[in-house]
Design a protein around this ligand. Structure first.
Ligand SMILES: *Cc1c(COP(=O)(O)O)cnc(C)c1O
Length: 350
């Protein structure tokens, strides 16, 4: 606290990201990074962009990347917004499309950045409990609101809501923006981007951090009706004209072009996820059905915090949330086969 701070800053409760340890030999299964690494074509594209052009500003609109994403999903470039990680895209969404007179709705167990943005932009929220089995019930989203946001698959549960239920929420809320945060959709879900021409109130956000293994490059995007995208452009051009640098732009385009790498990488994660789930279950864990690159699991005889601490002693770090309803769960990122074996071995010994 300082007398120099604004009253808003004094009241903020910032997001706490998962630990990025300085020790290299840890088995790092705590922040949902993709263990298989980015496409070599991404590295090549970035290397060929390392030249004197770095003295020039990048394209403020990132049009070539928007075209590449538009082409990939069969939409128009004007229906695409790009930003410095999907966290930045989400921040602009909260400020530009979710700040209205009525409270916004999101699940009680969800991405913990949402309440942080509400604090930053002074948006009221009405938190909707997931069902006892940690699912989103679309009927709970049929009440007055200033907007709706949820991840699909949800984080940290990993549970996926079928598109027919997403449509149910969209149909019940024609006057508010419904944001589907699809950070993990490529690990077994179906994207709602196919619905953006049918629902003018639908905005889908995605990231290159997870399935495309580029968390370090910081690229995220949103797809929706042109009017929604225009709102995001207005916020962005009132904030930072050049959120994506030259390296990020060419790297992201190369990532969308290398479909083979993407397929192999996500299939690798999915098959390891199924194996880890089975192994955890055989150790007595309850594992929520996941369509993400992590699993959310609890053991009937061990507290989540204890398990996380003991795993850490063995050099394996996972994420534990000290929060109501989920304090006995561990969120475990799916790693390489070798990393997952270290996890299972560690848990078995505990
Ligand atoms: C990882 C994640 C993001 C943020 O991704 P970045 O593009 O790396 O900022 C957004 N939403 C959810 C639910 C996530 O898990």
């Amino acid at each position: 606290m300082s007398k120099y701070w604004s009253s808003l800053v004094s009241k903020l409760q910032p997001y706490v990201p998962g630990e990025q340890p300085k020790m290299a030999n840890l088995v790092k299964l705590n922040t949902n990074e993709n263990p298989f690494g980015p496409s070599p074509k991404v590295i090549e594209a970035i290397q060929s962009e390392l030249n004197d052009n770095l003295r020039l500003y990048p394209d403020p609109e990132g049009l070539a990347l928007k075209e590449s994403i538009a082409n990939y999903y069969g939409v128009k470039a004007r229906q695409v917004f790009v930003g410095n990680g999907s966290d930045e895209v989400l921040a602009h969404i909260f400020q530009g499309l979710l700040k209205h007179d009525k409270p916004i709705l999101f699940p009680d167990v969800t991405y913990s950045f949402y309440p942080v943005y509400c604090g930053l932009y002074q948006i009221e929220s009405n938190v909707i409990p997931l069902t006892d089995s940690f699912e989103i019930n679309p009927d709970d989203y049929k009440q007055a609101n200033g907007g709706i946001i949820f991840p699909n698959p949800n984080a940290p549960t990993g549970r996926y809501l079928g598109l027919e239920h997403v449509e149910d929420i969209l149909n019940a809320n024609p006057d508010s923006v419904v944001v589907v945060d699809e950070a993990y959709v490529d690990f077994g879900g179906e994207t709602a981007i196919t619905l953006v021409d049918k629902y003018p109130n639908l905005l889908v956000s995605q990231t290159l951090s997870k399935a495309r293994s580029l968390a370090g490059l910081r690229v995220g995007f949103a797809v929706g009706n042109e009017e929604l995208i225009e709102a995001l452009n207005r916020v962005k051009d009132s904030f930072n004209s050049y959120p994506l640098d030259r390296l990020a732009l060419v790297g992201a385009i190369a990532a969308f072009e290398d479909r083979d790498w993407f397929e192999k990488s996500r299939q690798g994660v999915i098959s390891e996820r199924e194996r880890v789930t089975a192994e955890l279950e055989s150790l007595g864990f309850e594992v929520l059905p996941s369509k993400a690159n992590f699993v959310f699991a609890r053991h009937p005889e061990h507290a989540g915090a204890d398990l996380a601490a003991k795993l850490r002693e063995q050099g394996v770090i996972v994420r534990h949330f000290n929060k109501p309803r989920i304090s006995d769960f561990l969120r475990i990122t799916i790693g390489t086969a070798e990393q997952n074996n270290a996890l299972i071995k560690g848990l078995a010994s505990i």
